[in-house]
Design a protein. Structure first.
Length: 220
Protein backbone atom coordinates (compact mmCIF):
# COMPACT_ATOMS: atom_id res chain seq x y z
CA UNK A 1 0.00 0.00 0.00
CA UNK A 2 1.22 3.47 -0.80
CA UNK A 3 -0.15 7.00 -0.70
CA UNK A 4 0.86 10.49 -1.73
CA UNK A 5 3.45 10.66 1.02
CA UNK A 6 5.32 7.56 -0.14
CA UNK A 7 3.98 5.26 2.61
CA UNK A 8 4.61 1.58 2.01
CA UNK A 9 3.72 -1.64 3.76
CA UNK A 10 6.64 -3.42 5.42
CA UNK A 11 6.90 -7.13 4.71
CA UNK A 12 9.48 -8.62 7.03
CA UNK A 13 8.59 -12.30 7.39
CA UNK A 14 10.45 -14.77 9.57
CA UNK A 15 11.46 -18.03 7.90
CA UNK A 16 10.03 -21.20 9.42
CA UNK A 17 11.87 -24.48 8.90
CA UNK A 18 10.81 -27.91 10.23
CA UNK A 19 8.30 -26.30 12.54
CA UNK A 20 10.94 -24.16 14.26
CA UNK A 21 10.94 -20.37 14.02
CA UNK A 22 14.23 -19.04 12.74
CA UNK A 23 15.90 -15.91 14.00
CA UNK A 24 14.69 -12.70 12.36
CA UNK A 25 16.33 -12.21 8.96
CA UNK A 26 18.36 -9.15 8.18
CA UNK A 27 15.72 -6.40 7.78
CA UNK A 28 15.09 -5.49 4.17
CA UNK A 29 14.58 -1.92 3.04
CA UNK A 30 10.98 -0.94 2.45
CA UNK A 31 11.08 1.87 -0.09
CA UNK A 32 9.25 3.17 -3.11
CA UNK A 33 11.12 2.94 -6.43
CA UNK A 34 11.66 6.71 -6.41
CA UNK A 35 12.90 6.87 -2.81
CA UNK A 36 16.05 9.05 -2.94
CA UNK A 37 19.43 7.31 -2.92
CA UNK A 38 21.40 10.46 -2.12
CA UNK A 39 20.90 13.15 0.49
CA UNK A 40 20.37 13.11 4.23
CA UNK A 41 17.66 10.89 5.66
CA UNK A 42 15.77 11.69 8.84
CA UNK A 43 15.25 8.71 11.15
CA UNK A 44 12.43 8.86 13.71
CA UNK A 45 11.82 6.44 16.57
CA UNK A 46 8.12 7.10 17.20
CA UNK A 47 6.59 7.11 20.65
CA UNK A 48 3.45 8.52 22.25
CA UNK A 49 5.51 10.72 24.60
CA UNK A 50 9.00 10.98 23.09
CA UNK A 51 10.40 10.77 19.57
CA UNK A 52 14.02 9.91 18.92
CA UNK A 53 15.63 11.85 16.09
CA UNK A 54 18.63 10.80 13.97
CA UNK A 55 20.07 11.88 10.62
CA UNK A 56 22.32 10.28 8.03
CA UNK A 57 25.14 11.74 5.99
CA UNK A 58 24.38 12.81 2.42
CA UNK A 59 25.92 9.61 1.06
CA UNK A 60 23.51 7.55 3.20
CA UNK A 61 26.24 5.47 4.79
CA UNK A 62 26.19 6.50 8.45
CA UNK A 63 23.54 7.53 10.96
CA UNK A 64 24.03 9.83 13.94
CA UNK A 65 21.78 10.48 16.93
CA UNK A 66 20.51 14.07 17.13
CA UNK A 67 18.15 14.46 20.07
CA UNK A 68 15.06 13.23 21.86
CA UNK A 69 11.94 15.35 21.43
CA UNK A 70 9.14 15.38 24.01
CA UNK A 71 5.78 15.75 22.30
CA UNK A 72 3.46 18.58 23.35
CA UNK A 73 0.68 19.40 20.88
CA UNK A 74 0.32 18.94 17.11
CA UNK A 75 1.14 22.57 16.33
CA UNK A 76 4.31 22.63 18.44
CA UNK A 77 5.34 19.20 17.19
CA UNK A 78 4.94 20.32 13.57
CA UNK A 79 6.97 23.47 14.25
CA UNK A 80 9.75 21.39 15.82
CA UNK A 81 10.07 19.02 12.87
CA UNK A 82 9.97 21.88 10.38
CA UNK A 83 12.92 23.37 12.26
CA UNK A 84 14.72 20.02 12.11
CA UNK A 85 14.10 19.97 8.35
CA UNK A 86 15.58 23.46 7.95
CA UNK A 87 18.64 22.58 10.04
CA UNK A 88 19.46 19.20 8.47
CA UNK A 89 17.82 19.43 5.02
CA UNK A 90 16.68 15.77 4.77
CA UNK A 91 15.35 14.42 1.49
CA UNK A 92 13.19 11.68 3.04
CA UNK A 93 12.06 10.22 6.36
CA UNK A 94 12.49 6.73 7.85
CA UNK A 95 9.95 5.89 10.58
CA UNK A 96 10.30 2.88 12.85
CA UNK A 97 7.55 0.26 12.50
CA UNK A 98 6.92 -1.93 15.58
CA UNK A 99 6.68 -5.59 14.58
CA UNK A 100 6.33 -8.84 16.46
CA UNK A 101 9.25 -11.29 16.43
CA UNK A 102 7.64 -13.26 13.61
CA UNK A 103 7.43 -10.17 11.42
CA UNK A 104 3.71 -9.44 11.71
CA UNK A 105 2.58 -5.96 12.67
CA UNK A 106 1.94 -5.26 16.35
CA UNK A 107 -0.72 -3.25 18.14
CA UNK A 108 1.55 -0.20 17.95
CA UNK A 109 2.04 -0.41 14.19
CA UNK A 110 -1.11 1.57 13.42
CA UNK A 111 0.07 4.50 15.53
CA UNK A 112 3.45 4.48 13.80
CA UNK A 113 1.81 4.43 10.36
CA UNK A 114 -0.51 7.30 11.31
CA UNK A 115 2.49 9.27 12.55
CA UNK A 116 4.37 8.52 9.33
CA UNK A 117 1.48 9.84 7.25
CA UNK A 118 1.30 12.95 9.43
CA UNK A 119 5.04 13.72 9.33
CA UNK A 120 5.11 13.18 5.58
CA UNK A 121 2.40 15.78 5.19
CA UNK A 122 4.05 18.24 7.58
CA UNK A 123 7.49 18.03 5.97
CA UNK A 124 6.32 17.36 2.39
CA UNK A 125 8.82 14.50 2.17
CA UNK A 126 8.53 10.84 1.17
CA UNK A 127 8.24 8.46 4.12
CA UNK A 128 9.31 4.85 4.43
CA UNK A 129 8.71 2.44 7.32
CA UNK A 130 11.44 0.14 8.62
CA UNK A 131 11.45 -2.73 11.09
CA UNK A 132 12.36 -1.39 14.53
CA UNK A 133 12.56 -4.74 16.33
CA UNK A 134 15.30 -4.77 18.97
CA UNK A 135 16.30 -1.10 18.50
CA UNK A 136 15.38 -0.15 22.08
CA UNK A 137 17.19 -3.18 23.48
CA UNK A 138 20.27 -2.31 21.41
CA UNK A 139 20.08 1.28 22.67
CA UNK A 140 19.99 -0.01 26.25
CA UNK A 141 23.11 -2.09 25.58
CA UNK A 142 24.91 0.95 24.15
CA UNK A 143 23.99 3.08 27.16
CA UNK A 144 25.30 0.45 29.54
CA UNK A 145 28.54 0.26 27.55
CA UNK A 146 28.84 4.06 27.64
CA UNK A 147 28.10 4.22 31.36
CA UNK A 148 24.92 6.29 30.96
CA UNK A 149 23.00 6.20 34.24
CA UNK A 150 20.09 8.03 35.82
CA UNK A 151 16.45 7.78 34.83
CA UNK A 152 16.21 11.16 33.10
CA UNK A 153 19.50 10.77 31.22
CA UNK A 154 18.60 7.22 30.23
CA UNK A 155 15.24 8.26 28.76
CA UNK A 156 16.84 11.10 26.81
CA UNK A 157 19.62 8.93 25.41
CA UNK A 158 17.53 5.84 24.74
CA UNK A 159 15.15 7.29 22.17
CA UNK A 160 17.73 9.15 20.09
CA UNK A 161 20.04 6.12 20.09
CA UNK A 162 17.11 3.91 19.06
CA UNK A 163 16.51 6.32 16.17
CA UNK A 164 20.18 6.08 15.20
CA UNK A 165 20.12 2.29 15.30
CA UNK A 166 16.88 2.23 13.29
CA UNK A 167 18.28 4.53 10.62
CA UNK A 168 21.61 2.69 10.45
CA UNK A 169 19.74 -0.59 10.04
CA UNK A 170 17.78 0.91 7.16
CA UNK A 171 20.94 2.22 5.49
CA UNK A 172 22.64 -1.17 5.87
CA UNK A 173 19.62 -3.00 4.47
CA UNK A 174 19.79 -1.04 1.22
CA UNK A 175 23.34 -2.19 0.49
CA UNK A 176 24.07 -5.41 -1.37
CA UNK A 177 25.06 -8.36 0.81
CA UNK A 178 28.83 -8.57 1.14
CA UNK A 179 29.39 -4.96 0.09
CA UNK A 180 31.77 -4.52 3.02
CA UNK A 181 30.09 -1.31 4.19
CA UNK A 182 27.89 -2.06 7.16
CA UNK A 183 27.64 -0.62 10.65
CA UNK A 184 25.04 -2.54 12.56
CA UNK A 185 27.39 -3.12 15.50
CA UNK A 186 28.16 0.29 17.00
CA UNK A 187 30.81 0.76 19.68
CA UNK A 188 30.46 3.97 21.73
CA UNK A 189 34.21 3.95 22.32
CA UNK A 190 34.93 4.01 18.59
CA UNK A 191 31.91 5.89 17.27
CA UNK A 192 32.05 9.67 17.92
CA UNK A 193 28.34 10.05 17.17
CA UNK A 194 27.57 7.99 20.27
CA UNK A 195 29.61 10.33 22.44
CA UNK A 196 27.10 13.18 22.13
CA UNK A 197 26.57 14.60 25.66
CA UNK A 198 23.41 13.27 27.25
CA UNK A 199 20.98 16.07 28.08
CA UNK A 200 17.36 16.43 29.07
CA UNK A 201 14.88 15.72 26.27
CA UNK A 202 14.22 18.85 24.22
CA UNK A 203 10.70 20.26 24.33
CA UNK A 204 9.37 22.56 21.63
CA UNK A 205 9.31 25.70 23.79
CA UNK A 206 12.70 24.91 25.34
CA UNK A 207 14.24 24.52 21.89
CA UNK A 208 13.11 28.01 20.86
CA UNK A 209 14.59 29.48 24.06
CA UNK A 210 17.89 27.66 23.40
CA UNK A 211 18.13 29.12 19.90
CA UNK A 212 17.51 32.66 21.22
CA UNK A 213 20.19 32.17 23.88
CA UNK A 214 22.72 30.97 21.32
CA UNK A 215 22.00 33.95 19.07
CA UNK A 216 22.38 36.42 21.94
CA UNK A 217 25.73 34.91 22.92
CA UNK A 218 26.95 35.14 19.32
CA UNK A 219 25.64 38.67 18.89
CA UNK A 220 23.12 37.70 16.16
Amino acid sequence: MSDAHGLNDASHVTDVTDGHEAAPPRPQADAAPDFPNFGRLLGLDHGKVRIGVAVSDTGQEYAAAVETYVRTDPGSDAAFFKTVKREHDPVAVVVGLPLHFGGEESGSSGGARAFGKWIGGVLKLPVVFHDERCTSAAADDLMRSAGVTGRSATKSARDKLAAQILLQSYLDSRRPEGSGVERTQMDPAADPSLAIPVTEPVRGRDRRKMRKQRRSRKGW
